[in-house]
Design a binder for this molecule. Structure first.
Ligand code: SF4
Length: 327
């Protein structure tokens, strides 16, 4: 039995209940016909002026029906998900569940939400804590992978992105994921140390572009920090599932997010920041605050539909990198 979800949730609860976790964003963006799902949503009446991730998830559910239940995060993610949930109620979807991250990072409220989710799946928070302990070695290995990226350059920014973004659901099978990660780390450690000409941080939701990291590498710039993807891997030490998800910055206010971003950028000596914003995303507004607070030059990149970088975006990247090189 598979549970799909719209953004990173306490996956330990899903695993404790014996379900297979499926991050719907990954199903959408890695599908060879990703545009088909956007078109399906638009045929069903979703506005053209709406974020492609939302339309993609909706289209995947309607076209592929890949999961048995669908968990929608209605607080701490995206206000569009609430409207998507309502359209599922009239158009049909697998049985729906909800999860809310309290915006004020209140521990009691978060714990109550986790208990509610666990109960609705027929498990307990205690059982989820046991799953959390079992996942800790895997999460530590993801931290090693991240260190190999920014400390040695043995793991590229693109590889870092793919591994960390996949840790939201461990590709549905944490044991297999860990074995594959072990093999990858053995290979990566054998690579020579590489110091990139330019060290970049990447902030914002994962990019919808398929070739961004390759393009940056081809221009001599390496991403040494993937902000959100790193957050998805839950790298911070914590004593409980609640604490783990209180340290997770994505669902809460932008100032909390920026503290983490700034700290990691300084630690990794990032010389510039690419802030990715999705077309029609409310998080684009956060760009105002982020640009004001971050101490290095920043380029805001906007992406709409899945696919390769367009010529204008490539040109903007080129100009940004040239400016950093001159500095
Ligand atoms: S990119 Fe923005 S608008 Fe789109 S699903 Fe994510 S939070 Fe919502």
């Amino acid at each position: 039995m598979k549970i799909g979800f719209t953004t990173t949730i306490p996956v330990e609860i899903i695993l404790a209940a014996g379900y297979t976790p499926v991050d719907m964003n990954n199903v959408f963006v890695t599908h060879p016909e990703a545009m088909r799902f956007i078109r399906r949503a638009e045929r069903d009446g979703y506005p053209r002026s709406l974020c492609s991730w939302i339309k993609g998830i909706y289209g995947v559910v309607r076209e592929l029906a890949p999961v048995d239940r669908l968990l929608i995060v209605t607080e701490g993610d995206c206000s569009n998900t609430l409207s998507m949930l309502e359209t599922f109620q009239i158009r049909g979807a697998p049985p729906l569940l909800t999860f809310n991250y309290p915006h004020n990072r209140n521990a009691e409220r978060l714990e109550a939400e986790m208990k509610r989710l666990a109960e609705s799946l027929g498990t307990t928070l205690e059982e989820a804590e046991r799953r959390r302990s079992l996942l800790q070695p895997l999460r530590r290995k993801l931290k090693v992978l991240d260190e190999l990226t920014w400390q040695t350059g043995k793991v590229t920014g693109g590889e870092n992105h793919l591994w960390l973004v996949s840790s939201s659901d461990f590709n549905g099978d944490p044991a297999l994921f860990e074995r594959n990660l072990d093999d990858f780390l053995v290979e990566a450690r054998k690579r020579p140390v590489k110091e990139p000409a330019l060290r970049l941080a990447f902030a914002g939701v994962p990019p919808i572009f398929s070739d961004l990291y390759d393009y940056l590498e081809s221009r001599g710039a390496s991403v040494v920090l993937n902000e959100m993807q790193r957050q998805f891997s839950m790298p911070n030490d914590s004593a409980s599932l609640v604490e783990q998800h209180l340290q997770y910055t994505y669902p809460y206010d932008v100032f909390f997010r920026i503290e983490d971003l700034q700290r990691e950028m300084e630690k990794r000596n990032a010389q510039g920041l690419i802030h990715y914003v999705q077309t029609f995303c409310h998080r684009g507004i956060e760009d105002i605050i982020l640009r004001e607070r971050i101490k290095v030059p920043a380029l805001t990149l906007e992406g709409d539909a899945p696919g390769a970088l367009d010529a204008r975006t490539r040109l903007r990247i080129d100009v940004f990198l040239e400016m950093l090189e001159r500095k």
